[in-house]
Design a protein around this ligand. Sequence first.
Ligand SMILES: Cc1cc2nc3c(=O)[nH]c(=O)nc-3n(C[C@H](O)[C@H](O)[C@H](O)COP(=O)(O)OP(=O)(O)OC[C@H]3O[C@@H](n4cnc5c(N)ncnc54)[C@H](O)[C@@H]3O)c2cc1C
Length: 500
Amino acid sequence: MKDSAPRVICIGAGPAGLTAARQLSRAGASVIVLERDPVYVGGISRTEHYKGFRFDVGGHRFFSKSREIEGLWEEILGDQLIRRERKSRILYRGKLFDYPLRAFDALKKLGLPESTLCMLSYLKARLFPIRDPQTFEEWVTNQFGHRLYSIFFKTYTEKVWGMRCQEISADWAAQRIKGLSLGTAVWKATIPGWLRKAGSTPKTLIEFFKYPRLGPGQMWEAASEQIQESGGEVLLGMNVEGLARDPETGTWTVTAEDTDGKSHQYSADHVISSAAIIDLAECLQPAPPEAVLTAARALRYRDFLTVALIVRDVDCFDDNWIYIHDSSVRVGRIQNFKSWSPHMVPDPELNCLGLEYFCFKGDGLWTSEDEDLIRLADEELIHLGLVTPGHVVDGKVIRQAGAYPVYDENYEERVALFHTWLKKNMPGLHLVGRNGMHKYNNQDHAMMTALLTAENILAGEELWDVWKVNQDADYHEVGEDRTLAFSERKVPAAFEKNES
Ligand SMILES: Cc1cc2nc3c(=O)[nH]c(=O)nc-3n(C[C@H](O)[C@H](O)[C@H](O)COP(=O)(O)OP(=O)(O)OC[C@H]3O[C@@H](n4cnc5c(N)ncnc54)[C@H](O)[C@@H]3O)c2cc1C
């Protein structure tokens, strides 16, 4: 650590901002977290509440291949972290298929003629795979065959991204469903667990996960309290609008507007930003060169809304969530919050279902009145046969802008241009987290980028290159020596150390 404790501003009280702030404040740094949400901490991983019901922005599993992150969750929340069994299925043509797909279940429910066509299509994909797959469609077709891709991946994926599968980069599929093919699914479906090689299960097949008793927001509410106990501050309702660095002293001035429109200024040696790159770029004073600004402004995000319906049919289904592969409805996925944790619902006679709609800010869904969205969700639940008419007691709409950073054709170059310029011209400004780095990350990776950034700041040098924190520990191959270095400091092998 440097001679004097660093002064650090964290933009955003999501998992990344709070993890960095917690680590730094416990090490004696002077930390202020500025969060624009006036009520909640947790960012996309917050838990909203309404009349005693609690619901996530999409269900949030706590699962990581990093022991360090798993340990951190335990440390923050202790016995409030419960173990849950995962159950999720796909609703297709009125039938519920196991998800992750189990070959025999899928083929049985599809019927003999369709199953035969699927198997032939799979064989064709294995014998004549598409060389160097570039798109989501090509990548999944190689893994499952074109027919199964059309049935189980196309509709849902296109709803999520609002793009055709031919336009989505193969990277996305490779990160999210890597290691999973029809062959793996058959293996998983037929071979008893004790015969399978330990650690060979890909991430999407994980059957158990941890979950805070009162939803993910409970984790981040606890982290926020712990930061304040260590002397840090977490200020809500503070929208960061300006970031200026004095070139002489290297001191940062951060300007934030509170909910009454009043402007506040803070000084810091370091700024850690988990704000979306597109927003951060507009805050910088002086503004970056035009090419850098244009690259940041061209980054795209998919937005999202959940209609949480309080329903009387408590037994409609017991999955954590169901994927809706049906193009006759607009809902993409349905969460059952009681299955995540019974403590999310205050009344045993009632349940709370979250109907998830993927949209773009400003489109017809996003701008619909809440009461219209609640009516739409009610009608779609009935149409899908999941509940009977007259079951909805109440509803609440949650909108989440920038839920998904979009991996389109040029996103990598755009992010690299912004990041390279920032690194050279804005020392002391660190990018972390999901939208902060434009990475389609889960909480664990967002947290790891924050932890390593905190360590860099405390050391006063760049010990770690946080851009090397990859999406999943198992997906990254490392040599013997590095593995050893990481195990010494209990950082998993995938979180690579800067080689420079
Ligand atoms: C539908 C859905 C389901 C998911 N499921 C899972 C799951 O099962 N498991 C899992 O681990 N992860 C899951 N995730 C991912 C998880 O939500 C994110 O990885 C995590 O929240 C990222 O943390 P973050 O701190 O980087 O960003 P965020 O959560 O986005 O937090 C950033 C914070 O910064 C604030 N902010 C932004 N700009 C400013 C500004 N200018 N001034 C002040 N504050 C600002 C925002 O308000 C926000 O609170 C899911 C995500 C989605 C969308």
